[in-house]
Design a binder for this molecule. Structure first.
Ligand code: ARG
Length: 567
């Protein structure tokens, strides 16, 4: 049963009896009071005071007189303009717990998305660069949004918009042909590619003619020269092979790897259309879309030499996605530094007259630093993601060795905990906030961390194993106490949390929810014995434990964190 719907119905009836009035959208007005002494739900009467031309406390009293306690409602109180509802605790607990258990992994799911398509552009790594922690947030936020939208019935298309276009690739081919070898790049992977690039720049300082060679090879890539493409595709293959290892560790997948170069032959129609619509302006030999009236610098479309730009490719990609997927939304999970870039070209789409420009969204996130220091490739302060994850797994392994030396599958659990800890940490704060990665915070078993939540889940599982099959029918009066009710309230909130995380493209709401549910459960667990002589009461407490485990697991899965049953 939906409590809000039920209460809304009662309020509507009371409104008409007391004031001969009716109001739309009552369920949405119902709030969860900040603390349980104020009831399970509160109805703010000041929302009606304009319509009814009456002071909120008067309205509350009028309504109260017409709402009698029943099987669901225990009592109703008026407090400073609010109508506070207290529900029968055991009925409330029973209905929520049973709903969670019945729906299992589908709890919090819905079909409100109706199969509408969400394109999510995330991770979008650059060819010939090793995967470093600067790309962790885009990868994990994108992955979480993918799962959250799917949970709500949308159809997602995960796109890795590879950075596989640019003059640097011409330089790399030149360097490869001079100093590189196939064996070497196959053996050393992306590191060998980076080394070639660094060497090119060193040598080019002495011999500027190299730059021309680089340009030439880039031109050849653009013109589709078979040799240039063969080498370039090899670079791509090697980068992706390395990245694939990281994606496997993180459990991340994509539906498309159409990157920047994919749009080589898809930009001309867009450029033509811009010209036809009179939007393309010459500016010192280059072509731009003027955005002065929007208070932004012009969006560069073509360089002086006719070369296209990052924005040109993003425009072509958006048109391609609209045509291919007919998206309902097209999300770009990209660092906030690129904010202007997205605002500019979104505006260009709008100026072209496409109303779906409103469906393009930049899901921005903050910077990551490591142990208090900003990362910088130039200063050689880089943290590679595969090394970071490996280290997390090793550290988790050590902790497990200390805490549970007899655990089976230690390696597997260490992977789940180590990697889960990193992902959890990355998704804990509002995405727009900068993150400072610190080991002592990531792997702290007592803090607001992945291991803490995973540990709570495992604790629930172990209680369930100990309980075994219970035959007694549960007596939910055993869940009348405040601590149990807090757990129930958290459980009840989950579907709302998922919906809000989706609306705001904010996975951290789900992450924080897991901490809330876990700590409410732990408080309950310390105050109450789950298994006692009283079989019926035990059964109810076991059900609460099972519902908590199930909901924690579902919530963690939405943010891409695994939930081991033992740790
Ligand atoms: N490759 C870019 C980077 O690493 C991100 C690309 C984001 N996606 C896009 N469609 N612009 O900064």
């Amino acid at each position: 049963m939906e409590f809000k719907a039920y209460l809304a119905q009662k309020i509507a009836a009371a409104l008409s009896e007391a004031f001969q009035a009716s109001v739309d959208g009552i369920p949405a007005f119902l709030e969860t009071p900040p603390n349980p002494e104020m009831g399970d739900f509160a109805f703010p009467c000041f929302r009606l005071s304009k319509t009814l031309r009456m002071a909120p406390p008067k309205i509350a009293e009028g309504l109260q007189a017409h709402i009698a306690p029943d099987g669901v409602i225990e009592r109703v109180e008026c407090v400073s303009g609010y109508l506070n509802f207290f529900l029968h605790k055991s009925g409330y607990a029973q209905s929520i717990v049973e709903r969670v258990l019945e729906q299992g992994a589908r709890y919090g799911a819905s079909d409100e998305g109706q199969g509408r398509v969400i394109c999510i552009d995330y991770s979008s790594i650059n060819i010939a660069k090793r995967f470093h922690i600067g790309h962790l947030s885009t990868t994990m936020i994108g992955n979480a949004l993918y799962k959250i939208y799917e949970h709500l019935g949308y159809k997602c298309v995960g796109i890795n918009h590879l950075g596989d276009w640019g003059t640097q690739f011409g330089k790399m081919i030149a360097a490869y042909l001079k100093w590189g070898s196939r064996e070497e790049i196959e053996r050393d992977g992306v590191n060998a590619l980076t080394a070639l690039y660094v060497r090119f720049h060193k040598e080019a300082e002495k011999d500027p003619a190299l730059e021309d060679e680089g340009r030439l090879w880039f031109k050849k890539i653009e013109d589709g020269d078979p040799e240039a493409l063969r080498i370039f595709n090899k670079f791509k293959e090697i980068t992706l092979k390395d990245a694939e290892r990281v994606y496997d560790m993180l459990g991340v997948k994509f539906d498309s790897y159409a990157g920047e170069s994919f749009y080589n032959d898809k930009m001309q129609p867009v450029i033509d259309e811009l010209r036809e619509k009179g939007l393309l302006k010459e500016s010192q030999g280059a072509y731009v879309v003027d955005l002065e009236d929007e208070g932004m610098p012009p969006c560069l479309i073509l360089k002086k030499d006719g070369a296209t730009l990052y924005a040109t490719r993003d425009l072509a990609a958006a048109f391609y996605r609209k045509k291919t997927y007919d998206f309902y939304k097209d999300l770009y999970v990209v660092a906030y530094q690129q904010d202007l870039h997205f605002r500019q070209w979104f505006k260009v789409v709008e100026k072209m007259g496409y109303d779906w420009s409103k469906d393009l969204e930049h899901v921005a996130f903050g910077m990551v630093s490591y142990e208090g220091r900003a990362l910088s490739t130039r200063e050689g302060y880089v943290v590679y993601l595969d090394e970071l994850l490996q280290r997390a797994v090793e550290k988790a392994r050590q902790i497990i060795e200390e805490k549970s030396p007899n655990l089976e599958n230690k390696d597997k659990v260490a992977r789940q905990v180590g990697i889960g800890a990193v992902v959890f940490f990355d998704l804990f704060n509002n995405r727009i906030k900068d993150i400072d990665f610190r080991w002592e915070r990531v792997l702290n078993f007592d803090g607001e961390t992945g291991p803490y939540v995973q540990y709570t889940h495992a604790r629930c599982c172990s209680v369930l194993t100990k309980a075994g099959e219970l035959s007694a029918s549960p007596d939910y009066a055993a869940l009348d106490n405040a601590a149990a009710q807090e757990v129930v309230r958290s459980l009840e909130r989950f579907p709302e949390v998922v919906r809000e995380a989706c609306q705001r493209n904010e996975p951290s709401l789900v992450t924080r929810f897991t901490v809330e549910l876990a700590s409410n459960f732990n408080r309950y667990y310390y105050e109450n014995r789950i298994l006692t002589e009283d079989a019926a009461a035990s059964a109810a407490r076991v059900k609460l434990t099972a519902a908590t485990a199930s909901c924690l697991k579902t919530a963690l899965s939405l943010i891409g964190v695994e939930a081991p049953e033992k740790m």
